[in-house]
Design a protein around this ligand. Structure first.
Ligand SMILES: [Zn+2]
Length: 85
C-alpha cells in the first residue's frame, strides 16, 4: 500500500478550501447535509458511490460533495478522491 503523502494531502485540502469549491462539513453535520439533499437514505442503503473511485460511500467514508451541472457528486474520504478535481 502506498504511503500517505500528508504534505500533498494537506496542500490539496488547502487549495480546495481557497478555491471555495469544497464544501467542508464536520462529522456531526454529515447526516444533516445529506438529509437536506435527500441522500441520507440512499447512503444508508449503500446506493451512493464515489464519483471518482466508485466505492460505496457510507456516513463515515463521506469526503465531500460538489455540484456539477446541477447534479450532486459525492466523493469518499480517500486521499486520491479528495484531491480529485
Ligand atoms: Zn473515492
Amino acid at each position: 500500500m502506498k504511503r500517505l503523502n500528508l504534505r500533498h494531502f494537506l496542500s490539496c485540502i488547502k487549495e480546495r478550501f481557497i478555491s471555495k469549491n469544497l464544501k467542508v462539513v464536520y462529522d456531526d453535520d454529515v447526516p444533516t447535509l445529506l438529509s437536506s439533499l435527500d441522500l441520507l437514505d440512499k447512503v444508508d442503503r449503500g446506493e451512493i458511490r464515489c464519483s471518482n473511485c466508485n466505492n460505496i460511500i457510507t456516513r463515515e467514508k463521506f469526503g465531500y460533495l460538489k455540484y456539477v451541472n446541477g447534479k450532486v457528486e459525492l466523493y469518499c474520504i480517500n486521499t486520491n478522491c479528495i484531491c480529485q478535481q
